[in-house]
Design a protein around this ligand. Sequence first.
Ligand code: NCD
Length: 333
Amino acid sequence: MRHLLSIDDLDRAAIEQLCDRAESFAEVADRPIKKVPALRGRTVLNLFYESSTRTRSSFELAAKRLSADVVNFAASGSSVEKGESLRDTVQTLAAHRPHAIVIRTPWAGASKLITRWTDAAIVNAGDGQNEHPTQALLDVYTLRARLGSLDGLNVWIVGDVRHSRVARSLVLALQTMGATVTLSGPPTLVPQELAVLGCQVRYTLDGLADADVVYTLRMQHERMQQAYVPSLREYAATYQIDARRLGRHQLLMHPGPVNRGVELAGDVVDGPQSLILDQVRAGVLVRMAVLYEVLASRGGPTAAPDPPAESSSGPAPSGGSDSFAPTSELHSA
Ligand code: NCD
């Protein structure tokens, strides 16, 4: 895997492989020294043009647990505020020769675009409303860890689907793994076109009781140019998932951040059916697996952009992908 830009780039075997890899990293988190030397000598640049809590912290932890060097860049407080373009920013930071760039921007397609400007492996950490592939992978991982398999699973995604990159990636990933997906929310927030993805579209919660998993989404105000619902109170009255609407057999998920009292009632967020914190924990493991996959196959440090220099022979990840051994290598980190 050279980059991770879209869930569409991954077939079922590739998703299974990433989940297996993530699972193999799980024991690292339980050890006193939570580190393996797999990516020692590698540099990971986290380039965030949008706010983030879970995604940024888990990519940073993932890189550190693999012993990579990490540079965190947030657009606010940087020269972006002085008018520097995405291209100039990427090329400037690429001059530090990162091996991987993890990028989140408000622009659909930006992660793909920057593959032209650097030789680093690019990992899409959310590009506008388009995709958020590592979120979908961690969601699949979380369900697989809980249920064993997603085959035949009935998943309802409820809320602001229109503005959700999470939903776009998640629908593709769930279907690839054998689940069926229903999208539900107000007509303004669940575009009928999404039915072409092979999902059912529902404008009420009738039938929600048949779901095995209820996956809720936040109202993404930052991407709205107009009012899509009359008021949050009315939205909550019709679509909020609370203890009355969540069946006892159902699992509850949310990518975070949760707006308590809007898409979810507080008691179900903290209730026994909630997998929300499992999702957060899975985020580190899955991002370790993704960073490992995109970097393990690469040779040495990446060339500076424009013009790209010949790749030199820098340190490879210890042992290469086949000989990765978190347990035995742990203390040499
Ligand atoms: C999501 C995002 O930023 O796309 N959050 C996340 O990455 N965990 C969803 C959201 O902001 O609602």
